[in-house]
Design a protein around this ligand. Structure first.
Ligand SMILES: NC(=O)c1ccc[n+]([C@@H]2O[C@H](COP(=O)([O-])OP(=O)(O)OC[C@H]3O[C@@H](n4cnc5c(N)ncnc54)[C@H](OP(=O)(O)O)[C@@H]3O)[C@@H](O)[C@H]2O)c1
Length: 288
């Protein structure tokens, strides 16, 4: 039997250590005047990130396909305090788009401190239907365009000792049903950018890569797709957006939102068969 005094002391040390490692080290001033290129900025989490960056006084280039939405987001960013805001319309299914977007940002901002890769192509939330062509297209939008954007921006980020922020998903760490092509693109991001992180460190390049692992977030698109198909509650997009920005600014290697996804990822490989049964119980098969 452990004496109560000793047990209390040990618990206190553990709580103290957890509080130390999980303390918020984010300094909003580090974003003031930062030059940011943000993809998928016309809606959802990207739109919310644009507003947060604006409140912190960043200089921003926004990109997505829908110009009317980009115009509206731009106006709101200026009202919220962004130092500069520009937008460029681009479709990331085009292999030429990434280079064009990075050159535009460089020309408008004169450099880059944060590159936030966030856009995703439209994909059905359903059982695999054998559509290989869609998977190829989604790989281009969700993965290859990220690789191309990062490659074009790396020399500029190396100059500024900047941050490369890659928005991913729990389905890029733990596979889930109804997301076959999407999950493949997100696992690919982890493979590519985690390998690149090694190489940058080995080359002593001071560019940080932050991989962001998100759960279900209450964007219009996600709620519409998952309605009646999953038994989970969605977390707020504005909070997810702030967590991503803080992760990039504090140069974290990975951020998790909600926070408990980190525990899930650590436990991922412990009991794979039981894990899969639990995961499947959160999905409604009959309505897929
Ligand atoms: N919402 C969730 O539950 C959830 C969960 C986990 C991870 N995430 C991740 O969070 C990020 C943002 O997701 P979200 O829910 O905010 O998505 P969203 O609301 O659907 O927004 C997607 C953004 O990408 C842009 N986009 C779509 N197709 C494009 C294309 N071909 N070329 C360029 N831009 C394109 C869209 O604008 P246009 O249509 O104007 O081009 C929009 O700005 C994604 O990386 C996603 O994987 C989301």
């Amino acid at each position: 039997m452990i004496p109560p005094g000793k047990a209390l002391c040990t618990a206190g040390i553990i709580v103290g250590l957890l509080a130390f490692f999980w303390r918020d080290t984010f300094n909003p001033d580090s974003i003031s005047g930062a030059r940011v290129l943000l993809t998928g900025a016309s809606a959802g989490i990207g739109e919310q990130m644009a507003y947060h960056y604006s409140r912190f006084g960043a200089e921003i280039v926004l990109t997505a396909r829908r110009e009317t939405l980009l115009q509206k987001v731009t106006e709101k960013c200026l009202q919220l305090g962004a130092k500069k805001v520009f937008y460029i319309q681009a479709d990331m299914s085009s292999p030429q788009a990434p280079e064009k977007v990075v050159q535009f940002a460089l020309q408008k901002l004169g450099g880059l401190d944060h590159l936030v890769l966030n856009h995703i192509g439209e994909t059905p939330f359903q059982m695999w239907d054998g559509d290989v062509e869609h998977t190829r297209w989604l790989m281009q939008v969700n993965f290859l365009s990220y690789v191309a954007l990062a490659s074009a921006a790396l020399p500029i980020l190396a100059e500024s000792k900047g941050s490369l922020i890659v928005v991913s998903s729990l389905t890029g760490k733990i596979s889930t049903p109804f997301t076959t092509p999407y999950s493949a693109t997100k696992f690919a991001l982890d493979g590519f950018f985690s390998s690149l992180r090694h190489e940058l460190a080995m080359q002593k390049q001071d560019v940080c890569i932050t991989l962001c692992i998100l759960g279900l977030i209450d964007t219009e698109m996600a709620l519409e797709k998952t309605r009646g198909k999953v038994y989970m509650s969605a977390y707020p997009a504005a909070e997810a957006a702030l967590t991503i920005i803080k992760g990039g600014a504090t140069r974290a290697r990975e951020v998790f939102y909600p926070w408990w996804l980190e525990l899930l990822c650590h436990l991922r490989d412990w009991f794979p068969n039981q894990r899969d049964v639990v995961i499947q119980s959160f999905y409604n098969y009959t309505s897929a």
